[in-house]
Design a protein around this ligand. Structure first.
Ligand code: DQA
Length: 142
């Protein structure tokens, strides 16, 4: 099994950015956590982060051509703005689990809309970094 772990803008700043919201663990430690879990479960993970919407679209398309089995996706702020990411997910029809570290449902109005949600099989919201592991488990169980 091969999964794409995709992170959008500013998630590379984990540990530095608003620790009261996102915690003090760094992006590098998130990658360590995901990679060691994947090793344990015998799955292959490709972890990719970009601050650019088009690069995320390219990566979703690439996942289709590389026979990836599923996507764990935290699109950051693009969650609330990007029809291009929704269309990319709809185009490839790969099972995708949306992840948000913070509880976006309890935050600003502009964070209440997720454009990608209709193309996702599940959403894990507000479970911190553990949310990525839960998302992998959902894809594993399919
Ligand atoms: C986020 C929530 C988004 O609203 C925000 O723009 C992010 C991170 C989260 O993981 O909680 O960058 O996706």
């Amino acid at each position: 099994m091969k999964l794409l772990i995709l992170n959008g803008p500013n998630l590379n700043m984990l540990g530095l950015r608003e620790p009261q919201i996102y915690g003090s663990a760094t992006y590098a430690s998130l990658l360590d956590k995901i990679k060691s879990y994947a090793l344990d479960k015998g799955i292959e993970v490709d972890c990719f982060q970009s601050n650019h919407e088009g690069a995320l679209v390219d990566k979703i398309q690439e996942a289709y051509f590389n026979n990836v089995d599923g996507i764990v996706f935290n699109p950051g702020a693009y969650t609330h703005t990007s029809i291009a990411l929704l269309d990319a997910l709809k185009a490839v029809q790969l099972p995708c689990v949306e992840v948000h570290i913070s509880d976006v449902s309890a935050r600003e109005d502009f964070r209440q809309q997720s454009y990608i949600r209709p193309a996702c099989i599940a959403s894990i919201i507000g479970h911190g970094l553990e949310g990525y592991i839960e998302a992998i488990d959902i894809l594993l169980k399919r």
